[in-house]
Ligand binder design. Structure first.
Ligand code: SF4
Length: 435
């Protein structure tokens, strides 16, 4: 019961014969279907699943463990919605409610840029009073004050809210694209992947009622991709959903990515044997004539795309779903590995250390993840009510974590270009810059 890794040097030992046909497909670079996804979830051999995901990860990224130097800004926690799983939001006059001015956000951006950050991650609640020009002014002010910072900003539910309060609100999908163009014009560089939760209407209406459903979330990202912006995709798991709903979530992401990349893949001669129109990036090297996926606007790729899948374990504490236990460590490893194997057309898989812990993220590097996220100065979304829970780490900690796990730490920018750094000075590898 032995399969070989990509370099044919070490065997993958599988304990469950049901995994063997799946391993053959993974090795050959063929797509895994939903039934096979169920086997990956049901098998007792969770470590065998992780080994298969690791094979794919090494094929795509070798031993690179990506991280970035970033800063989070949550401009306000005031929100018109009250999602039961959310411990972040406050009503306007409630204790703990806050909103930052454009000047305050800009000051944070300047500090981040001076400290050497390459990215500002900006998200907040759906503020009932702020006007659309607050958001465009915020982006423009940051871009002027710190022009090299990439602004990864606004989850899909915020984009829907922004479309509503902009002049584009009534114009449907095209209006959404126009809203995104307005934001891009002001400085938006890409969308984070938050707010996807899990694409299942039953789970959504049980735990996330009032928030946008999966089809709207996917529409926002499709609109962003069509205008050339990249984005990430999350999946919040371990609450009221089950494993089948997670697989449906992955399948919907995979289908949308296929549709996004189809024209480019046809022109490049990239496809998955036996699955018409599929774009599969996880196969052996010989299946790829050039880069697995270039930047938007390069090498015939006109659109943006999902660049990273980020499985997020649900944290019950402080939410309206505190009765739930949340997922176990093994379930976290398995879900990451299944996502890496199923999402064969998304280049990167992230172990989001803030929610997984850095120790768990180290293990995840061996189970499909190639990215640890960033230094993350200030993260409020999952941990509240105690200033000591604000989370950040150092470049040294991230690099040590990757090295100790046997991987090579590689600093990247938001779009996964390699970064060369001397202290707070940096440049994208191969480009002229400040370093
Ligand atoms: S999850 Fe987002 S939309 Fe829902 S209450 Fe929290 S901040 Fe508001």
């Amino acid at each position: 019961m032995l399969q070989h890794d990509v370099e044919q040097t070490a065997p993958i030992r599988l304990q469950d014969p049901a995994l063997e046909p799946i391993a053959e497909k993974v090795i050959a670079g063929r797509r895994i279907d939903l039934d096979e996804g169920r086997i990956l979830y049901d098998t007792p051999d969770v470590h065998g699943v992780c080994r298969l995901a690791d094979l794919v990860r090494r094929r795509m990224h070798g031993l690179a463990a990506y991280y970035n130097v970033n800063r989070h800004v949550n401009y306000s926690n005031i929100c018109a919605l009250s999602c039961s799983f959310c411990a972040f939001h406050r009503k306007r006059n409630q204790d703990g409610a806050y909103e930052m001015s454009v000047e305050e956000v800009t000051e944070s951006a300047i500090q981040a840029a001076e400290a050497g950050a390459t990215e500002l991650h900006i998200v907040g609640g759906l503020h009932p009073k702020l006007r659309f020009d607050f958001y465009t002014s915020m982006l423009s002010a940051i871009r002027e004050a710190a022009p090299r910072l990439h602004l990864k900003s606004f989850t899909a539910v915020e984009i829907v809210h922004l479309q509503r309060i902009s002049q584009r609100g009534r114009l449907g999908f095209e209006g959404m694209k126009d809203t995104l163009r307005d934001l891009r014009e002001a400085g938006l560089g890409s969308l984070p992947g938050g707010g996807a939760e899990v694409f299942d209407d039953r789970a959504h209406d049980t735990a996330f009622k009032g928030k946008i459903r999966g089809d709207q979330w996917l529409d926002v990202h499709r609109a962003a991709h069509e205008i050339g912006l990249n984005s990430n995709a999350t999946m919040l798991y371990g609450h009221v959903e089950g494993r089948p709903e997670r697989l449906v979530h992955m399948d919907l992401l995979r289908r949308q990515q296929d549709a996004t990349l189809r024209n480019w893949a046809e022109a490049q001669g990239i496809g998955s044997a036996g699955v018409p129109d599929a774009v599969l990036l996880t196969g052996p090297e010989e299946q790829y004539p050039g880069e697995r996926l270039p930047m938007p606007g390069q090498a015939g790729l006109e659109t943006g795309y999902f660049q990273t899948i980020i499985p997020l374990p649900f944290f019950p504490d402080g939410s309206g779903l505190e009765r739930l236990p949340g997922p176990s460590g093994l379930e976290n490893l398995r879900t990451l590995a299944v996502a890496r194997l199923m999402l064969d057309n998304i280049p990167h898989a992230k172990a989001f250390w803030i929610m997984q812990t850095l120790g768990m993220a180290q293990l995840m590097l061996d189970a499909g993840a190639d990215d640890l996220d960033g230094t993350v100065v200030w993260y409020d979304i999952t941990h509240l009510d105690n200033a000591s829970t604000h989370q950040e780490t150092t470049v040294g900690d991230l690099r040590r974590a990757a090295t100790e796990a046997g991987f090579a730490p590689v600093e990247r920018d938001t779009l996964y270009r390699h970064v060369e750094r001397t202290g707070s000075e940096w440049r994208v590898a191969g480009e002229s810059g400040d370093a």
